[in-house]
Design a protein around this ligand. Structure first.
Ligand code: ZN
Length: 87
């Protein structure tokens, strides 16, 4: 009877250990991917040629102007830039 209880406890401990190892492994790899993506996206900071503000490239508004690739912080700045050219 006592041996049976000890066996059940051992199986339970093994189960808990494996479960926590698996969940920490999964959470760890998820965190890693998240940080990799974040670093990759936030790494590139661009300067708005119109308002001269720095912003992450992912938020940028791209414009091909006379073969030059310009990136603006907002559609407003892009439109203001185009407007200033037409004056
Ligand atoms: Zn701007």
């Amino acid at each position: 009877m006592l041996a049976k209880i000890i066996l059940i406890i051992l199986i339970y401990i093994c189960y808990k250990t494996i479960k926590s190892l698996l969940s920490s492994y999964t959470a760890g790899s998820k965190t890693k991917v998240y940080y990799d993506e974040k670093e990759k996206i936030d790494d590139v900071m661009l300067k708005d040629p119109y308002c001269e503000v720095y912003f992450p490239e992912r938020d940028g508004i791209h414009l091909n102007h006379e073969g030059e690739n310009l990136v603006f912080c907002s559609t407003e700045c892009r439109d203001n830039f185009l407007e200033s050219l037409n004056k």
